[in-house]
Design a protein around this ligand. Sequence first.
Ligand code: GLU
Length: 300
Amino acid sequence: MPSTAPPYCGRFAPSPTGALHFGSLIAAVACYLDARANRGRWLVRMEDIDPPREVPGAADDILRTLDAFGFEWDDAVLYQSRRTAAYQAALEQLQGHSYPCGCSRKGIAQQGRPGAEGIIYPGTCRAGLPAECEARTIRLVTPDLPIGFMDEIQGKIEQSIAQEVGDFIIRRSDGLFAYQLAVVVDDAWQGVTHVVRGADLMHSTPRQLYLQRLLSHPAPGYAHLPLAVDATGSKLSKQAKALPVDQKAPLPALLAALDFLHQPLPDEQPATLEELWQWAVANWDIKRIPQQQTQSIPLS
Ligand code: GLU
């Protein structure tokens, strides 16, 4: 019987907060190979919706590195900074499930209990903004229900957003749209069917699944990669390997990324990037990636 599933579409969605480092190269390599091995499309989306965290020139630098490494993306790069009308429309669609919140960080820190990702918002403004309060953020009402998914690498993941995160922000106090909202709007708009990314975002996935449900968007499949950490367990981004990958030496960095992902390596170093990519697509097997959320690499 012919399949009714939409054809595979993957994406790489870097934030331009710095040059592409080894940790982000791993994510780029994995989502690219998974798309190409499934004869799918592969998109690049620049997640430039957080100007205070951005580094001037980083977006172009990331794209130049991807190009130098032989990644070939389908369609033009989508810039989230140009998508505010779509995020605003989603925000309006979520009225009835969201509310303005006037709480300050300090107030929340005093009243909330610690959760997986900082303090859990205690729901102070859920029943209405107190009279003396001005709206700062917009939050989503979250259900106390387990939201689960089958991660292609990590297996079954389940979370009660209410218990572990609380009503979360969809528009920030500086007026910017939250990552959780933007990523859901754009994954749906771009027709993304498969999300392959670092395990640091695994605990965001139930929030994204819940937003997809409210916005009537289809849920993509998810695969979360182990994060590269050093021997002490510190996230790589703070370590020497977080140095930008060398645009002039793509082959060794790509081979190191394949090795990190437990993919087989060719017996001899390929002569060209094209040869390496052909080999890597032909030998890609996502099931070889270890089921763990971090993996240490030796610092060199
Ligand atoms: N922009 C996010 C980051 O660089 C990734 C978002 C995603 O893959 O969902 O961490």
